[in-house]
Design a protein around this ligand. Sequence first.
Ligand code: NAI
Length: 283
Amino acid sequence: MEINKIAVIGGGTMGNGIAHVFAMKGFEVNLVEMKEELADKALATISKNLDRQIKKEMISEDDKKSILGRITKIIGVENTPVDVDLVIEAIYENKDVKSSIFNTLQLLIKSDSIFASNTSSISITELSVSNRPDKFIGMHFMNPVPMMKLIEIIRGYSTSDETFNTIKELSEKLGKVPVEVFDYPGFVANRILMPMINEAVFALMEGVASKEDIDTVMKLGMNHPMGPLTLADFIGLDVCLAIIEVLYKGYNDSKYRPCPLLKKMVAANKLGRKTGEGFFKYD
Ligand code: NAI
């Protein structure tokens, strides 16, 4: 199946990056947000990120104009154009809200279109809509989307080979490296990453070392580009908590229990970069 026209639902951290990458590769992108000002914010972020690429001489001013020209903002999921070939959902990590969006979309969008979720951890099989389970798949981009090469492609229980191959080829067209993953909680990336972040928060809570030193150990000792607490701030502590809870419930295993300090910080709205403060402070 040929994919030309897409819809990205949610223009937050991941959604605006996904829209950016598709528009750069010549796809017609509909960026769907809840409110006009949120859509404008997403477009402003894309514009700012394109300016960075101009500075690095990766694209020209004219390229920027054509890339932005390929992105149409849409307000309200119910206004998503019916003829998109692919929908990529990138709203916050909540199963019920994601399901309700897919339930609306399945009645609206043409029946041969593919539905993908950018969920970090929620079961693709459980999110699948009833009228096209074979055309439902996970497309787990990494943050920041324009820079990170990996896409985990998650096969739900009923995802067809045809859908998988279409999305694999599409990911390659975007210049990404797709990896085939089966549908288990946390997939591969977050099953390994989140227990490490959660353990770093336990180490901090128990006073094993300072936040700076915990990060330094992992940076200099393991050659990680950033420490786990800095990375958690970058991802968003609410997102980290939601993912570790999915692992905890999904495997019924106490080794995934979320650290009380992580829970407390989310309750205090210290979510990391996006709120200006997490483990560290940001301007
Ligand atoms: P975010 O909170 O930055 O953005 C979510 C966006 O969705 C917001 O702009 C919000 O206005 C919009 N939204 C919410 N309900 C909507 C609706 N009904 N219609 C249209 N738009 C709606 O969240 P983020 O970080 O972009 O995460 C999105 C998804 O990507 C989550 O499933 C998350 O687990 C996953 N993810 C996040 C990564 C990260 O590093 N933040 C990395 C990889 C995946």
